[in-house]
Write a protein that binds this ligand. Structure first.
Ligand SMILES: Cc1ncc(COP(=O)(O)O)c(C=O)c1O
Length: 313
């Protein structure tokens, strides 16, 4: 079953024309993923919903924060299939009209239940029970789409990237890393298909010990399910120096980087995810972690709605 997914077209890989950073910079445009508002979460859901569909489900329950890209993409996917969706949102119900991802999830017809962080697990179980009581067969999707399918989506995305690069080597992939399955898939995919490429995950919230531990667990699960094609590493690069104190925390240098990237590259980043990753990339070039002249793929995982729902830029 792993490896099956609803159909989608590959996202483009774009070479930036300027060399402001002194590297050959390619951008993998998963922000332009063509379905359900785009982004890495929409790519993963192609695999997760396929699993739900083949399991005979007709409803979903999942969870996320108030501006969760995962919740928005899942709500749109459920609407596309004509399924019921209950989203457990760990935030206060906003007193203002909904914006961004929350607005889209609401328009898509998902039922939104707002709870405190510690009540999420219980609220998800309750939502599953409620859907069963009303005759649905619901599928449980972990917050953020954390799953083997999600990691597999990014393992396959490395094959997609390799095909697009047509033999041109890549020295580094830099990307925003949160719940871990994007990085787990990229790590196993690189070891399998592009072994000379180094992966630099930039934490958007978690500290390095917790974040990298979860990535290594997801890598282990993916590798075993694939028949262990790669040798597991002891460590992964999960850099927690740029999250600014946690999820959705921002700082003025981050906002400066976002403005600089828009003005020099015409590329829109957001302060919750991709801005932090690009900000780290600037430092990697400055401190020599990424030597000048390197060939770098910045994996743009989405986040436009997070940018638009930020007041401080
Ligand atoms: C735009 C964007 N980039 C990156 C991430 C991090 O992905 P993951 O949770 O798989 O590490 C997320 C997660 O919400 C996201 O929405």
């Amino acid at each position: 079953m792993l490896g099956h997914h609803f159909p989608f077209t590959p996202t483009i890989i774009e070479k930036t024309p300027g060399d402001e950073l002194g590297i050959a910079l390619f951008v993998k445009r998963d922000d332009l993923f063509s379905l359900f508002g785009g982004g890495s979460k929409a790519r993963k859901l192609q695999y997760i919903f396929y699993r739900a569909h083949t399991s005979g489900c007709n409803a979903i329950v999942t969870a996320g924060g108030a501006q969760s890209n995962h919740v928005r993409a899942a709500a749109l996917f459920a609407a596309h299939l004509g399924w019921q969706a209950i989203m457990i949102i760990h935030a206060e119900r906003p007193s203002d009209p909904f914006t961004g991802n929350l607005k889209l999830a609401s328009i898509a017809g998902a039922e939104l239940r707002f709870v405190q962080e510690e009540a999420v697990a219980g609220a998800m179980d309750q939502a599953m029970a409620d859907l069963r009581t009303t005759g649905y067969n619901p599928f449980y999707i972990w917050g953020g789409g954390h799953s083997l399918e999600g990691a597999f989506a990014y393992y396959e995305a490395i094959q997609e990237l390799k095909d697009q690069m047509k033999g041109q080597p890549i020295d580094f992939i830099v990307h925003a890393s949160g719940t871990g399955t994007t990085q787990a898939g990229i790590e196993i995919g690189c070891r399998a298909f592009m072994p000379s490429c180094r992966v630099l995950g930039v934490s958007v919230a978690r500290d390095a010990t917790r974040g990298s531990g979860i990535i290594l667990e997801s890598m282990q699960a993916l590798n075993s399910s694939l028949g262990s094609p790669v040798k597991m590493p002891q460590h992964v690069a999960f850099d927690d120096r740029w999250h600014g104190g946690g999820y959705e925390c921002t700082y003025s240098e981050l906002m400066d980087t976002i403005r600089w990237v828009v003005r020099t590259h015409g590329l829109l980043l957001d302060p919750t995810y991709t801005g932090k990753a690009f900000h780290a990339l600037r430092h990697y070039v400055e401190d020599g972690t990424v030597p000048k002249g390197s060939s770098v793929v910045f994996w743009h995982t989405g986040g436009l709605l997070n940018l638009l729902s930020t007041r401080d830029i």
